[in-house]
Design a protein around this ligand. Structure first.
Ligand code: 13P
Length: 279
């Protein structure tokens, strides 16, 4: 993932990171990236890893991404559990995110440092977070009153000490569905990206406007996370097909409709982020 993000940051585009749910959604991400000829990040939440187990997920990835013509990274999204991070590193994930952002600053530094020390000798990319991103992602729930932006001085100190390969400062985006217009701290993003020189991950991608995406990418976001969009397509694609054909009871047709809805939305986002043709 580090190489992908380095190229993206240099060329001014972003790589889409899509949270998969099962084999069908993993296939949708891989085939969307192949259709767009784009590098892509397959992202797993900690809950998804626990639900299926690492060996099932790795077998889908080897089958789908192994022979693929496009670069594909496998990334563990928001993880607070160092044992799970270790298991993913040992199982074949190419990238991990330590999310110790709910801890006091010094503790976040210490936990993030431990993950860097675990990952770097194996050439595994590390993403780390600072600040508190509002909304629900996996089993991390941040209420509006508890959300806060990353502090720019702390962000600079954090990146100088930890040297993550990818940095996720809270800049006003939210996980889940936006209630009202998001207030993005573009100045903060610009300052952190410029002063740290580290590719920034934009969390809470679902529901942001095209203008917000392109501004964030131009200011240094080289990775854009999309999860809720896939959850909606996963369920809506399935339900819509069944509602339109409710006497059919043909599961493969339903799965195909779900796959098509997922893939169409992923291709659109890849094109929007400017990574199409960059494989
Ligand atoms: P959304 O669910 O808002 O797309 O956010 C995804 C995300 O940031 C995952 O870490």
């Amino acid at each position: 993932m580090k190489n992908m993000l380095g190229k993206a940051a240099n060329k001014g585009y972003a790589v889409g990171a899509f949270n998969i749910l099962d084999y069908n959604s993993t296939k949708a991400v891989v085939l969307a990236a192949e259709q767009a000829n784009a590098p892509v990040i397959i992202q797993t939440s900690a809950k998804t890893v626990i639900f299926w187990g690492t060996s099932a997920i790795i077998s889908w990835i080897r089958q789908l991404a192994g022979p693929s013509s496009v670069p594909i990274a496998l990334h563990l999204d928001h993880c607070k559990d160092l044992d799970l991070i270790k298991e993913c590193i040992e199982s074949g994930w190419t990238s991990v995110m330590i999310d110790a952002s709910s801890k006091p600053f010094e503790e976040n530094l210490s936990l993030s440092r431990q993950v860097v020390e675990m990952a770097r000798p194996k050439d595994i990319t590390v993403e780390a977070e600072l600040g508190a991103i509002v909304g629900v992602e996996d089993d991390i729930h941040v209420k509006e009153q508890d959300a806060h932006l990353a502090d720019s001085q702390q962000a600079i100190q954090f990146c100088r000490e930890i040297k993550p390969d990818c940095f996720a400062p809270a800049i006003g985006t939210a996980h889940g569905v936006y209630k009202g217009e998001p207030k993005i701290a573009f100045d903060l993003l610009e300052e952190i990206a410029a002063k740290t020189g580290i590719p920034i991950a934009l969390h809470g991608g679902t529901g942001l406007s095209d203008e917000v995406f392109s501004k964030c990418i131009s200011l240094g976001c080289a990775k854009v996370n999309i999860s809720t969009q896939l959850k909606y397509a996963f369920i809506d694609g399935f339900v819509a097909y069944h509602n339109a054909n409710n006497k059919q009871y043909n599961p493969l047709k339903v799965i195909e409709a779900q796959f098509n809805q997922l893939k169409t939305g992923i291709v659109e986002k890849i094109e929007l982020f400017g990574s199409a043709g960059k494989a």
